[in-house]
Design a protein around this ligand. Structure first.
Ligand code: OXD
Ligand code: MN
Length: 593
């Protein structure tokens, strides 16, 4: 197989001349291809076949030990003008970027196969979808792209038929050396180069690189939004489905929320949840003045630790077949386990680093030795999820009633509050902050500002990104309402105050009622909060005092927060829209009133 698409053929030739693979293979997406790739990787040991009776179609992978998470310090936006990348991105000039990466790519694929993967983010052929072609020397990446995107012959046929444009995505593992690793975005050339890593977020270029970094850049130019958001529908017994899009920093439970099961106490109400996406939303304004969202992906790349039949029964059902497990514990019986997984804890196994592991082992510092890496993952087709929407292939997507922002804040933010209007909502999103998790390299627990959960993913100057959000709001006659939630508030003893998981539906119920104008709210200095009995707590044993703690607004803490926001906003200089400073000052006033 090759291609009639002249530009594509030319680009592939150029990349082959740079990387010098043994062989070029065009991926068609067929089952035959999948079987062949799996066989090859079983032979080389890159993948391990799991027990096909217990886990049909499932395979296991271990990454290099130094290659287990996104490496934000090695991720760059390469624009001609540095200001366009903004203070939120590492920057290299396109010339330097290409040169540095080319030095690593050069001859890096000798004795390797170069795979060519045509893929579509969004339904194939939809005017809202974007086509990319990823080149990679990793069969593991091909197998992941099969799950995460729509890929293969249908996409290439379309590209040839329309002689269309495509994002050039060049990926190579090179020597997996962290000192020779770069993840580069060239938005002005519609190009992504990633070298030296095989980890999902760095290597599956349709996800963070195309759908968010290049996507946000394109969204600003073309008048839409590419966001780090889950999309879900909440259907009430009358059949009304309220769709929400929600942004949380990495590893804050987006996947769990997107497919939650109603808690016992709310079962009588007969809600059903429909999962549309767990990580990325592309949103456009339609002729009805509302915001409509599609999930451009076709699979989930979820964090395994902490996932179990209580926290997420839907995903536990989904990952029983056709799933790729990465860096989890491999059990003797060729099944898998991870910390916080379903019991029983296995007595032994092989850990994510390939070492013999026994439960209860501790290291020289007395810390438990983990069987699974904290950022170990499963890659699973979205169609496996029992709660999957039937709207996945609608190019139009679903109408969004509410946008939700959230983070991990042990003290500050109440369980839920609603912004006064769109502009205030943009401020709420712009001031999001969270404690760092294992999905990013760095110190776990440290608070970092992460506006709209897009700090690592906004492909251009974030000051301009906030301005774009403001413009989008002005264009809508029926804009979604904006809320903030915090499932992670703790008491004096460090215990979580809110049960989370399925019980989060209680908060979503209030949010939907607000969108339908069914309940009033209480105005506070930071936003509107629920009246005391407006969150249905049936079946939960939470005292009044407990709820007060969940909703307390400590002015001192908020004043301190303002200082952090001030310093953060200032880093954007005069690209920070004046409306954001206006919201800052009015919040300051309300807090001192
Ligand atoms: C992810 C992330 O993998 O946000 O989705 O890191
Ligand atoms: Mn994510």
């Amino acid at each position: 197989m090759s291609t009639k698409h002249k530009e594509l053929a030319h680009w592939v030739k150029e990349c082959a001349e740079l990387c010098k693979p043994d062989k070029v293979v065009w991926c068609d997406g067929s089952d035959e291809e999948k079987n062949r790739l799996e066989k090859d990787t079983f032979r080389t040991g890159e993948l391990i076949k799991l027990d096909q009776k217990k886990l049909p179609g499932c395979v296991y992978n271990r990454t290099a030990i130094n290659d287990v998470a996104r490496t934000e310090h090695l991720t760059y936006v390469c624009t001609r003008d540095k200001n366009n990348a903004g203070p939120n991105n590492n920057w290299l000039s396109p010339k330097d970027g290409y040169q540095k990466a080319a030095d690593i790519f050069r001859n890096s694929m000798h004795d390797r196969i170069m795979y060519i993967i045509p893929f579509s983010m969004g339904p194939v052929g939809s005017p809202f979808s974007k086509i990319g072609v990823q080149i990679t020397d990793s069969a593991y990446v091909v197998l992941n792209m099969r799950i995460m995107t729509r890929m293969g012959k249908a996409v290439l046929d379309l590209l040839e038929k329309t002689n269309g444009d495509f994002t050039r995505c060049l990926h190579g593992k090179a020597d997996l050396d962290v000192n020779r690793r770069l993840i580069l975005h060239f938005p002005e050339d519609n190009t992504i180069w990633s070298v030296g890593s095989g980890y999902g977020g760095n290597a599956l270029l349709g996800k963070k690189c195309l759908s968010l970094r290049l996507g946000s850049y394109l969204g600003q130019r073309e008048g839409w939004l590419a966001e780090h958001m889950l999309i879900m529908g909440i259907e009430d017994p009358q059949g009304y489905i309220g769709y929400i899009a929600a942004a949380f920093p990495s590893a804050c439970g987006k996947t769990n929320l997107a497919m939650l099961l109603p808690p016992e106490g709310l079962k009588r109400k007969g809600y059903r949840i429909w999962t549309v996406g767990d990580d990325i939303a592309w949103m456009r304004i339609d002729t009805d003045g509302r915001l409509w969202a599609v999930n451009p992906e076709n699979g989930l790349f979820g964090v395994a630790p902490g996932t179990n039949s209580r926290t997420n029964p839907n995903i536990m059902a989904a990952i029983k077949k056709n799933t790729i497990y990465t860096n989890v514990l491999l059990k003797k019986d060729k099944t898998v386990w991870w910390e916080g997984g379903d019991p029983p804890v296995p007595a032994n196994g092989i850990d994510w680093q390939g070492r013999a592991w026994t439960s209860g082992q501790i290291d020289e510092n007395g810390e438990p030795i983990l069987g699974a890496h904290p950022n170990s993952r499963f890659t699973v087709p979205i169609q496996n999820v029992p709660s999957i929407t039937n709207r996945l292939e609608h190019h139009h997507g679903v109408p969004i009633a509410a946008i939700i922002f959230g983070g991990r804040r042990a003290r500050l933010a109440p369980l839920v509050y609603e912004a006064f209007n769109w502009q205030h909502g943009v401020f709420v999103g712009a001031t999001m902050a969270s404690e760092r998790t294992a999905a990013q390299v760095g110190k776990i627990g440290e608070v970092r500002r992460d506006p709209m959960a897009m700090l690592p993913f906004c492909g251009y100057n974030m000051g301009k990104y906030f301005a774009h959000w403001l413009v989008m709001g002005k264009k809508m006659s029926a804009a979604p309402r904006i809320f903030n939630v915090n499932w992670f508030r703790k008491d004096e003893k460090g215990q979580f105050l809110w049960p989370g998981f399925g019980d989060n539906l209680r908060v979503l119920e209030w949010i939907i009622s607000r969108c339908k104008n069914e309940v009033d709210a209480l105005k506070t200095s930071i936003g509107n909060v629920p009246h005391e009995n407006d969150i249905d707590l049936t079946g939960l044993r939470l005292t009044r005092e407990h709820m007060h703690k969940l909703f307390a607004i400590h002015k001192k803490d908020w004043q301190q927060e303002l200082e952090g926001i001030d310093a953060f906003f200032k880093t954007f200089g005069n690209t920070m829209p004046k409306e954001m400073w206006h919201e800052y000052r009015t919040l300051q006033k309300r807090l001192t009133a």
